[in-house]
Design a protein around this ligand. Structure first.
Ligand SMILES: Nc1ncnc2c1ncn2[C@@H]1O[C@H](COP(=O)(O)OP(=O)(O)O)[C@@H](O)[C@H]1O
Ligand SMILES: [Mg+2]
Length: 456
């Protein structure tokens, strides 16, 4: 029984005696009084309990209010709660400060009153969506700030429902587009700088590799240059012979004399050799220019577009550069028949192969009869370039770390720990993969997977 009902019941207990008079001499009346007093005591105790409960509830309510208020006022996003006619029912401190109106003023207005006059069309679109009962996300609308300027905000709008799940209003949350844009641009800048750092890293590794390769490249260049210079020397001599012969012609000696001179000067041999000498020289010059081109591509920062090309000469040049600059030269086996076409960037393939061969050369430094084998196979739309050596292989406990940047087991000055990490990223950029494993026999096996041209 509720305390109020109990109170009413005890009053009705008193009533018959009040009608009939309560005389003190009656035995019965004492009992009635005691009963009444006990009942009153009970009611009083119940009232007290109710009072305490009520106060507790009040306190909880107050705390809930304060909690909600503190959330609302610490929100940096703007909050507007409206009924279905867009009459404002609740706002937060961020909206008060943005509009420069006080809370009581805002609570008398409609949401539309806050929209800047330049964005009436946007507000109408917003109203249409509400009428269509669509929840809105990321719509932009400009509100009027305290100085009557338009402030673009990005809004999310969701339905507010009562206990019976009926839609009774809208909860609209807005964030300054400027802030969002600033956050995006900050993110963009961070991304950009990360990319630049990565590019720098690739470049640093390239330069380090280039330093190690200089001897090999010089050797490559020496070869064609030596036969260009040899040819030029012979050509110079031949030039002298031809000049002498022409001089003889011009001195109008008789024909038998001329024949003697021709034989003495070996003019026929000169004429015969001339073609191949010039051809050889041109070939030598082309070879030098190819090497310089490879060198430029290897050291330059610009990236060429992806294209389909034969991997074999690129892999060949890269591996020869490394082997020729190595102090201890392992045997290189690179036997392949015909071209191996893949879609990639020549510069990337070159750099990855240089890194892989360099690592094998480094590890084979102390191995007798070191061998490096390069092979190719096709697998699921990829060309797999396999580089394997007969070194000690990679310790199982460091195997999971070798693609991490700056991971190296080499002494300072010998290893940067960047070769494999940079190569791994380049392989991914090519749409391929770089994998490593230990061979059952002995040594390490690296597999570079590069996309092939799609069939058809
Ligand atoms: N063929 C290989 N055999 C054994 N260990 C290898 C081989 N290739 C790479 N490694 C290991 O991976 C590490 C990381 O290689 P890398 O990223 O090229 O950096 P760095 O060559 O500068 O050390 C090497 O220090 C070495 O311990
Ligand atoms: Mg390396």
């Amino acid at each position: 029984m509720e305390p109020a009902d109990k109170f009413a019941a005890s009053l009705s207990l008193l009533a018959p005696h009040a009608d009939g008079g309560l005389d003190g001499g009656d035995d019965n009346s004492d009992e009635v009084w005691i009963d009444v007093i006990q009942k009153m005591d009970g009611i009083y105790a119940d009232l007290l309990t109710s009072q305490v409960q009520l106060e507790d509830k009040n306190e909880e309510l107050e705390e809930a209010h304060q909690f909600i208020d503190s959330i609302l006022s610490s929100m940096t996003d703007v909050l507007v709660v409206c009924d279905l006619d867009c009459n404002i029912k609740q706002v937060n401190a961020a909206l008060v400060s943005l509009t420069g109106r006080d809370k009581d003023d805002l609570l008398k207005r409609q949401f539309g009153d806050l929209v800047h006059e330049s964005d009436v069309a946007g507000y109408h679109r917003f109203c249409d969506s509400i009428l269509d009962h669509r929840e809105l996300a990321d719509f932009e609308l400009s509100l009027t700030d305290a100085n009557a300027r338009a402030v673009p905000l990005s809004f999310n709008c969701s339905w507010m429902r009562d206990r019976r799940n009926r839609v009774v209003g809208l909860v609209i949350i807005g964030r300054s587009v400027g802030e969002l844009k600033a956050a995006y641009s900050k993110l963009d800048k961070a991304h950009q700088s990360l990319r630049e750092t990565q590019q720098q890293l690739i470049f640093t590794e390239k330069m380090a590799a280039l330093g190690r390769l200089v001897a090999g490249v010089a050797h490559e260049l020496n070869n064609p240059i030596s036969f260009i210079s040899g040819n030029a020397y012979v050509l110079k001599r031949y030039g002298q012979v031809l000049t002498q012969y022409i001089d003889a012609l011009e001195s109008r000696a008789d024909l038998s004399d001329l024949q003697d001179t021709r034989e003495r000067l070996k003019v026929d041999k000169v004429l015969h050799d001339l073609g191949s000498l010039i051809e050889g020289t041109v070939e030598g010059v082309e070879r030098v220019s190819d090497i310089v081109h490879d060198l430029k591509r290897f050291s330059s920062k610009q990236s060429e577009p992806k294209s389909e090309f034969d991997l074999v000469p690129v892999v060949n040049t890269a591996s020869n550069w490394v082997i020729r600059s190595a102090k201890v030269k392992p045997k290189l086996f690179h036997n392949v028949e015909g071209p191996v076409l893949a879609i990639a960037l020549k510069g990337y393939v070159h750099q990855i192969v240089v890194n892989l061969i360099q690592n094998s050369v480094d590890i084979l430094d102390t191995v007798e009869d070191g061998e490096i084998h390069i092979g190719y196979r096709r697998e699921n739309g990829f060309i797999c370039v396999e580089v394997r050596d007969n070194g000690p292989g990679i310790d199982e406990d460091i195997l999971p770390h070798i693609f991490e940047p700056f991971f190296t087991t080499k002494p300072i000055g010998k290893g940067t720990g960047l070769g494999l990490s940079v190569s791994f990223n380049m392989a991914e950029e090519l749409g391929g993969k770089l994998l490593c494993a230990n061979r059952a026999e002995r040594g390490a096996l690296f597999t570079l997977m590069i996309p092939m041209k799609e069939e058809g």
